[in-house]
Design a protein around this ligand. Structure first.
Ligand SMILES: Nc1ncnc2c1ncn2[C@@H]1O[C@H](COP(=O)(O)OP(=O)(O)OP(=O)(O)O)[C@@H](O)[C@H]1O
Ligand code: SF4
Ligand SMILES: [Mg+2]
Length: 339
């Protein structure tokens, strides 16, 4: 096991994941490297279908079988390759214990036929062996931890009697009941209105600090990630196309896809939504995955795949005294105006 000073507490190396289809194996994820330090928050952003949930499920050993296949790579967590663990080891040591996950749809996580109390107590009894009054006391503590009021009353309610925000807080309470040290939050504010979203994000941020957890925060809004994630990665069609300190990625996006994502965010209420120029180009099977949508792509982009390479930009150099992540990375031949 690694000690507190371990450089990369969580590290994905050359991970490749695909699904068996009638046409053969369809690759959906191809990540060369992704690293998260102990106690750090990493924001992974990408549009629908980019592969965010597939990555989360792969980490937890929950990839749907037999369709889902790990084709290559390793996922090192505290010195152990999770991909080499048996299902028994994943269930007994890691999943729901050291590794917790908040799934993107609260209604599919909570069982509609059991009360909040029954669902929390089941988990506590299984994990801590508590029963009766001790179990009730612990359930109320967990509901308190996620800042839900009137907990004695809440415990007897069914999921359909609660608001989306309340349901999501209960899911966070259940996910963290095991005292996890690594949390995967897969779009935890999806389908919630903006004010409720803010409350949930603030809660995750506070819990991360209180429990010094490492967090892989998955979202589709890069500005949310910038609020509380130290590092950010932009996922496009299963590949990381940009990575760096989140404020550098947001202030100085290098990849055309990240630039489009950021320019689409209205800066004030009066600003109109901007839509990126529509580019109609064929897909480049042997070239850049973003070629068909890229407004600046040139002929060579359709023939070669750009690898993630390092850039030392003014913002990354200024804001960092950290030798672990001194640069921003982008997978584009023309990022930073070079080829
Ligand atoms: N069981 C499956 N069988 C075949 N393909 C799948 C399966 N599950 C996911 N995929 C494919 O994997 C790709 C990534 O899906 P994933 O659910 O990870 O996207 P996502 O980034 O989480 O999107 P969203 O933001 O909508 O949640 C998609 O192209 C999807 O069609
Ligand atoms: S490599 Fe070419 S096509 Fe791909 S994002 Fe960069 S400029 Fe666009
Ligand atoms: Mg998803």
């Amino acid at each position: 096991m690694t000690d507190q000073k371990t450089q990369f507490y969580f590290e994905i190396k050359d991970l490749s994941v695909g699904f068996r289809t009638f046409e053969g194996i369809k690759p959906v994820l191809n990540i060369e490297g992704l690293r998260i330090n102990r106690g750090e928050t990493y924001g992974l952003v990408g549009e629908s279908g980019a592969g965010k949930t597939v990555l989360a499920l792969t980490i937890l050993g929950l990839l749907p079988k037999p369709a889902g296949m790990i084709l290559n790579g390793s996922i090192l967590f505290d010195g152990v390759d999770l991909l080499k663990q048996s299902e028994k080891q994943m269930a007994e040591i890691y999943r729901g214990k050291r590794l917790a996950m908040i799934f993107q749809d609260p209604m599919s996580t909570l069982n509609p036929v059991f009360t909040v109390g029954q669902q929390i107590e089941r988990v506590i009894t299984r994990q801590e062996g508590l029963k009766g009054k001790a179990c009730l006391k612990r359930s109320l503590e967990l509901l308190d931890m996620v800042k839900l009021p009137d907990t004695m009353n809440l415990i007897d309610k069914y999921p359909h009697e609660l608001s989306g925000g309340q349901r999501q807080r209960i899911i966070i309470a259940i996910a963290l009941s095991c005292g996890a040290e690594f949390l995967i939050a897969d779009e935890p504010t999806r389908n919630l209105d903006v004010t409720i979203q803010a409350g949930i994000l603030k809660l995750i941020d506070e819990l991360q600090r209180d429990f010094k957890m490492s967090v892989l925060f998955i979202g589709n809004n890069v500005s949310l990630v910038n609020i509380f994630c130290r590092n950010a990665g932009i996922l496009y069609r299963g590949k990381l196309v940009e990575e760096g300190l989140s404020n550098c990625v947001v202030q100085n996006p290098l990849h055309p896809y990240t630039q489009t994502l950021i320019s689409a965010i209205p800066r004030s209420k009066s600003e109109k939504l901007k839509f990126s120029k529509t580019v109609i180009k064929p897909e480049a099977e042997n070239g850049c995955p973003y070629f068909s949508r890229c407004t600046i792509g040139k002929e060579n982009c359709s023939m070669h795949v750009p690898m993630l390479r390092e850039f030392r930009t003014e913002s990354s150099a200024e804001s960092l005294n950290d030798i672990q992540n001194p640069v921003q990375k982008a997978a584009c031949f023309y990022a930073g105006g070079t080829i």
